[in-house]
Design a protein around this ligand. Structure first.
Ligand SMILES: [Zn+2]
Length: 110
């Protein structure tokens, strides 16, 4: 929650004002979600194993939904204020792809 307010001040002109931010373990297909109605943000616990700048991106993304509910140009204009947005998007895409690939066998001799 503290970080969300900092990020809103830094990148969203302080306009996004979340009411609650919490970690959830039941989010398997999304990194985060936002309910603009009660200004609540939920982040997947899978993010806790990722670098802070990736978590910050997801937070900025969800905070931007408090300003623009749709993924339209105005929304992405807000998100792009976060300097590592493109890099973080790539990180998350790579993570998702890698997690679908079977792990290589530990023993290659067979
Ligand atoms: Zn979104």
């Amino acid at each position: 929650m503290r970080r969300a307010v900092e990020l809103s001040d830094l990148y969203l002109g302080g306009l996004a004002q979340p009411e609650s931010v919490r970690w959830v373990s039941n989010q398997r297909t999304r990194w985060g979600s936002c309910t603009p109605g009660d200004r609540s943000i939920r982040l997947s616990e899978r993010l806790t194993r990722m670098p802070d700048w990736v978590v910050d991106y997801v937070l900025v993304h969800e905070l931007a939904h408090l300003l623009e509910p749709q993924h339209d140009d105005k929304f992405w204009a807000w998100v792009s204020h976060y300097p590592l947005a493109e890099k973080a998007k790539g990180y998350l895409i790579g993570w998702s792809d890698a997690s679908r690939v079977p792990h290589p066998p530990a023993d290659h001799s067979g």
